[in-house]
Design a protein around this ligand. Structure first.
Ligand SMILES: [Zn+2]
Length: 243
């Protein structure tokens, strides 16, 4: 099996995050999962985006994390993606970047506060930040522990990854995901846009607080869930767009 369609989709995602200005040099990676066949597809490690083609995309076993054929090594962040796919079963695709404003919040160890309806629509509130990794977690299985600390962040705060499709890893940067390739890329773009807007809003009004819960819930739930009435029923987080 050569997973042609999956490779094409993942190649396109990796090119789209560069085009969207979310990736400098090779600071980013995108993947998608095929749960039926128990594999994920991810960018190879250290390959120049200008040369990236579908045949370079690496297929990795979801069960044991090993590449399935080919000469190229998968992205060094593959164990992070594996942990997220194993724990967040509704996630079909993941994007990791070091986009500037989101990374500024991650480095500051701060969540992106929900100052307006743009973020309410897409993230149902603050974009959370994980706790920092411990020395031991960094020295042993660093990349897998990065995924585990994200899962821990969602479990301890009782967050639903399909309502909050992204996170900031403390001292590192953003991860975003979706129920398809397109929604994962869009959520990575929205995450960065929300971080940029939050920085500007706070600069304009340093005393600014989060939007009230009644406005937050009005915006989120008119697009998501049983009572949704916004758009044509194909919002990025409510319908699979195929991978
Ligand atoms: Zn990174």
């Amino acid at each position: 099996m050569n997973y042609r369609k999956l490779r094409e989709n993942v190649c396109r995602m990796n090119l789209e995050i560069v085009e969207a200005g979310l990736v400098l040099l090779t600071w980013g990676n995108a993947s998608a999962v095929d749960r039926e066949n128990g594999v994920l597809a991810i960018k190879p490690s250290g390959i120049d985006y200008r040369q990236l083609a579908p045949e370079h995309i690496v297929i990795v076993s979801l069960a044991n994390g090993q590449p399935m054929g080919g000469d190229l090594r998968p992205s060094s962040d593959t164990p992070t993606h594996l942990e997220l796919y194993r724990s967040f079963l509704e996630v079909a695709a993941i994007v990791h970047t070091h986009s500037q404003s989101a990374t500024a919040f991650a480095q500051a160890g701060l969540p992106v506060p929900c100052f307006g309806t743009t973020q309410a629509d897409h993230f149902c509130g603050d974009i959370p930040v994980t706790r920092p990794l411990t020395r031991k977690e960094v020295e042993q299985e660093y990349e897998a522990n990065t995924g585990r600390v994200i899962v821990e962040c969602f479990q301890t705060r009782n967050l639903d990854p399909s309502h909050v499709p992204g996170v900031l890893v403390n001292q590192h940067g953003p991860f975003a995901w979706g129920n398809g390739c397109r929604s994962a890329v869009e959520n990575a773009m929205v995450l960065e846009a929300c971080a940029q807007m939050a920085l500007s809003s706070k600069r304009l009004n340093p005393a600014l607080g989060s939007i009230p819960e009644f406005l937050l819930h009005k915006h989120f739930f008119r697009k998501h869930g049983a009572g949704a009435y916004y758009g044509q029923g194909n919002h990025v987080s409510s319908q699979p767009d195929g991978i």
